[in-house]
Design a binder for this molecule. Structure first.
Ligand SMILES: C[S@@+](CC[C@H](N)C(=O)[O-])C[C@H]1O[C@@H](n2cnc3c(N)ncnc32)[C@H](O)[C@@H]1O
Length: 217
């Protein structure tokens, strides 16, 4: 495959995810969703638009096509659309509380049958506990001051024992006056009280953010 006159040496890093240097793609039978390019059956995954794409360029996790996923902070579905390509035999419960981006998320869910959009507040999991089942994978990207509390509450409610969870931490949302490193230390301390932290690291395309990959005991 050739992009901008560069020949790509594509490598599949997990189900339906292909990487070549700084490029990342998901294999997809759907049309572009947010202005990304489509090259044959590969959809460009823009790392500056998706923290998960940025993370996967640096750090690998293994996805299973059949996983059930709870996604908190779905917005208009940029990252959800790629996860939907990856978990193509699974299901994604996509929670977003803002009506404006939710409209576009609904359009995405209409064409893709593995996305269940929920216009709900992620800090109140009890309000969707009748809909969402136990999941294998939980992903959170809500940029809120109390994002760790929201994350752990949802882990408690919905993540299977041994299940994987990723939280995208935005330092400036938690405290805009403290140094990011100070905030990360506090976040990690809070997380370690409840879950096993496997790995964390900075996101090259998203300033003052880290990902934290956890497992539920
Ligand atoms: C950084 S954006 C998410 C981008 C998206 N994850 C992606 O990669 O395509 C954060 C989103 O979280 C949503 N959000 C913030 N707090 C929330 C809450 N308590 N419940 C549900 N959604 C929330 C915001 O409305 C916003 O759309």
């Amino acid at each position: 495959m050739v992009v901008k006159n560069v020949k790509l040496n594509l490598k599949e890093i997990t189900h339906n995810v292909f990487v070549a240097g700084n490029y990342i793609f998901t294999k997809s039978r759907y049309l572009p969703h947010y202005g990304e390019k489509k090259l044959n059956d590969l959809r460009e995954w823009i790392p500056s638009r998706s923290k998960l794409a940025s993370m996967l360029l640096e750090y690998r996790i293994e996805f299973d096509a059949e996983w059930k996923c709870l996604y908190l902070g779905a917005a208009s579905g940029t990252t959800v659309s790629h996860l939907s390509d990856i978990l193509d035999k699974g299901v994604i419960y996509a929670v977003e509380y803002s009506a404006k981006p939710f409209k576009k998320l609904l359009e995405l869910a209409e064409e893709r049958k593995n996305i269940i959009p929920l216009l709900k507040d992620a800090s109140k999991p009890e309000e969707y506990s009748g809909i969402v089942e136990l999941v294998d994978f939980l992903y959170q990207d809500v940029s809120q001051k109390n994002q760790v509390e929201i994350f752990l509450k949802n882990v408690d409610f919905f993540l299977k024992k041994g299940g994987s969870a990723i939280i995208m931490v935005k330092a400036r949302s938690i405290d805009s006056t403290a140094e990011p490193e100070e905030i990360y230390e506090k976040v990690l301390e809070e997380l370690r009280k409840k879950v096993k932290v496997i790995k964390y690291g900075e996101l090259r395309h998203h300033k003052d953010h880290i990902f934290v990959h956890c497992i539920k005991h």
